[in-house]
Write a protein that binds this ligand. Sequence first.
Ligand code: BG6
Length: 496
Amino acid sequence: MSSSTSSASTVPPFDLVVFGGTGDLAARKLFPALFRRCRRTPLPASARIIGVSRRALSREAYQAVVREAICAHVKDAAADPASLAEFLDRVSYCAVDATGEGGWSALAVLLGEAPEHLRTFYFAVSPDLFAPLSRHLRQFDLVRPDSHVVLEKPLGKDGESARAVNAAVGEVFNESQIFRIDHYLGKETVQNLMALRFANRMFEPLWNSTHIDHIQITVAEDLGVGERGGYYDTAGALRDMVQNHILQLLCLVAMEPPDAFEADAVRDEKLKVLKALKRIDECNVEHLTVRGQYRSGASAGQPVPGYLDELGAGESNTETFVAIKAELANWRWAGVPFYLRTGKRLAGRTSEIVIHFRPISHSIFDASAGRISQNRLVIRLQPNEGMTLEIMIKNPGPGQMHLQRIPLDMSFAEAYGGANSPDAYERLLMDAIRGNQTLFMRHDEVATAWRWIDPILTAWEATTQRAHAYAAGTWGPSGAIALIERDGRTWHEDAE
Ligand code: BG6
């Protein structure tokens, strides 16, 4: 596939300052994405990437760190020394104390070397540091009206802390300068969801409670928490995945057509969806949510440890799995359940949205033709990005009418000649530098998402019920199956 217009179009000369420059996110996602982008379409000759962290490192030592990260995460990078050298040439480093004064003057000098460059500050650090970083950027006069700041999730741990973070950053940057990243919005298929809905005539008339029975959104991971246990144990699946990625997916599936594909038009419509989510609290939390925590089990045929072993702790009630039956109180979706599910150490890595259409209103066929299954549209976010529309046809051949459901299958990689589409971070980083906020969350979206999540967290705290155990390598606790089966429905992978 030719890379998307967004990722391939030009960017102005820039300085990208990555706070958390020696951290996990920078190593796993940001530098590999920048390298790939640079190789795909060269960045402006003078563009610079400046890593920042507390550690004292020379520029050469930092470049070695970045080289190692890229080689570990971009499979053919080591075999392309010319591109690697060209990329590393752009990389500088500055040791800065986020909470103190140390290093900021040196950063100011470095940035002052290219006064004409657009500045983007990427906060790939804990949200506790967002306020001091913003304050210091202002104190050292590093923020200009055309500068941008990218905020990594988690944006707080509840509504109140998110408000405090937004307020602190908002004292230095105005809303049009702030890019709250949710990398799911940068995924190719997630954007394709908008193309599917709003660039085709055939789906929109059916996209409502008259024709849709229910919707499932699953983001399943086969990996455990690994090295991230320290962070994860304070978050859990609800904060880590549902508050952001899954609710954003729900918004894109459920929103009304925006009047244009523009930042505020799209975000206004997503906000309305978040506002329409029916409240879940202590009155209904046990009925509408199930949380789980993985125990040891097997993944890809290999034994794997349980969550507590990985954490090195004897005790924790943090959920590594959550399933929720959500509903929207609005005209289009009243009565259509959205079954949401995410977890670690599940049976596979699958992220998908499944639209289950209602049964036909009347069958002209008699029982010998077989059962008429409901149409389903499966939108696969990963792996094997693509979509499948499941329709009924006549089983070919002579004799009586026999009906059968078959998939009309489309894999994006096959359809576009197997070329790789850009990674989510590749696109989002360039959008942030350019100043396109369409794929970023506005402050009120974040606040409204927390307004739905907070009562669930409070209700969980109030119950004595614990997260249900599930064996690693399965689809989560049995309660999650019961959650949907009691409505006479099944999770997609369990359906025939
Ligand atoms: C992150 C979460 O936001 O998304 C991780 O913090 C999770 O816990 C990751 O593993 C999943 O992203 P992806 O792109 O691999 O599906």
